[in-house]
Design a protein around this ligand. Structure first.
Ligand SMILES: Cc1ncc(COP(=O)(O)O)c(C=O)c1O
Length: 365
């Protein structure tokens, strides 16, 4: 074969199918910009958590524990799920992508709502499976009846995002329990609970008891949101059987969760009082921002998360609003990149940042 300098590398077909993840701007901006675009915590990790990560860094010449034994034990103690039914990941996204690899292939189907978390479309694209997307209802919530109707002999995976990103809405435990009872046990059901701690609808841990009834159920959670550790990348899945952890571990490299992340997560679990305080602050922000939006004539979705979602007033130019807010030091997410043009997703920040957002929005509109 002759070499031709202008010939590009030939990548696989799946690389052309995979959508580009809509990353937020703002990583090189000054500190006083209100970063309300990525559903992060405005609070830094607790000092004890930082110290635990630092201690782990001193041993970084060693590989991390590939079995994540201490972290799975700590999660097992916290949630009462056996360690062999717990999967760990380099962020919960890692577990999602591994689930796609372990469950999906051409001819298979997966079902999820839309708009929902922007990583879900990646699963079908990467595997060649067919994505069946089901519209949210008029209140921006999952339509579980419509989703159940889409389950066929080809379905391998159903994902319910509760609370839903980007729309912030959640369904009550009773609806989730009834839906889980309708999904056949050979179909994996992932309830993505990245934001469950922020929901006031039910006890965030109410779904745990479903694990005993449904071996196909996976509760996907993360240290990224309520624990403020997204920069370290650590998530986990509480599962109805050990089959799911075994399968997602089989398709990944052995050392998917670094030692600083494992140590920080173990420490974070010891500070449930801080979790409760963070939830309280998020709820105060929720109430204040919702009141501010209503004053501007906006009707936000019923948020059960650490962010809000709303349609802009008719005739507004979404891109111009996002740009106007950025010029005033507030970064938010445009709905167009998340599945619904004309909407905005705004993460709750500190009280000062939230006030700046409401002021800036009033000016821009
Ligand atoms: C619904 C949902 N699931 C999962 C994740 C992934 O979080 P991580 O990979 O940081 O655990 C996110 C992050 O934004 C999310 O919104």
């Amino acid at each position: 074969m002759r070499n031709n300098a202008s010939m590009p590398i030939e990548f696989s077909e799946r690389v052309r199918r995979i959508p580009v993840y809509p990353v937020a701007d703002g990583y090189a901006l000054p500190d006083d910009v209100a970063m309300l675009a990525s559903n992060e915590s405005p609070d830094p990790p607790l000092p004890a958590v930082v110290a635990a990560a630092q201690r782990a860094l001193a041993g970084a010449n060693r590989y991390p524990d590939p079995s994540n034994a201490a972290l799975r034990r700590a999660l097992s103690n916290r949630y009462g799920v056996a360690p062999n039914r717990i999967a760990i990941g380099n962020g919960s996204c890692d577990i999602l992508l591994a689930a796609g690899e372990a469950l999906l292939e051409p001819g298979a189907e997966l079902v999820y709502a839309w708009p929902s978390f922007s990583v879900y479309p990646h699963l079908a694209a990467a595997s060649g499976a067919r994505a069946i997307t089901v519209d949210l209802d008029d209140e921006h919530r999952h339509d579980l009846d419509a989703m159940a109707a889409e389950i066929t002999a080809a379905t391998r995976l159903v994902i319910v995002c509760n609370p839903n990103n980007p729309t912030s809405t959640a369904l009550p435990y009773a609806d989730i329990a009834a839906f889980a009872a309708r999904v056949p046990h050979h179909v994996a059901l992932i309830i993505d609970e990245a934001y469950c701690e922020f929901s006031l609808l039910d006890d965030p841990d109410a779904t745990l008891d479903l694990l005993a009834r449904h071996p196909n159920l996976v509760l996907l959670r993360t240290f990224s949101k309520i624990h403020g550790l997204c920069g370290l990348r650590v998530g986990y899945a509480l599962c109805g059987s050990e089959a799911f952890p075994q399968a997602v571990n089989a398709v990944r490299q052995p050392f998917f969760c670094n030692s600083a992340a494992q140590a920080a997560a173990i420490e974070a679990l010891k500070h449930q009082d801080a979790v409760a305080e963070r939830v309280e602050r998020a709820i105060v922000a929720r109430v204040e921002i919702e009141a501010g939006l209503v004053e501007l004539g906006i009707d936000p979705a019923d948020s059960q998360a650490n962010f809000c979602w709303f349609d802009l007033p008719e005739g507004s130019d979404e891109a111009a609003v996002v740009k106007g807010l950025a010029e005033r030091g507030v970064l938010v997410r445009a709905g167009a990149a998340l599945g619904r043009a004309g909407a905005l997703r705004v993460t709750y920040g500190t009280p000062v940042q939230n006030a700046r957002f409401l002021d800036a929005l009033a000016q821009v509109l």
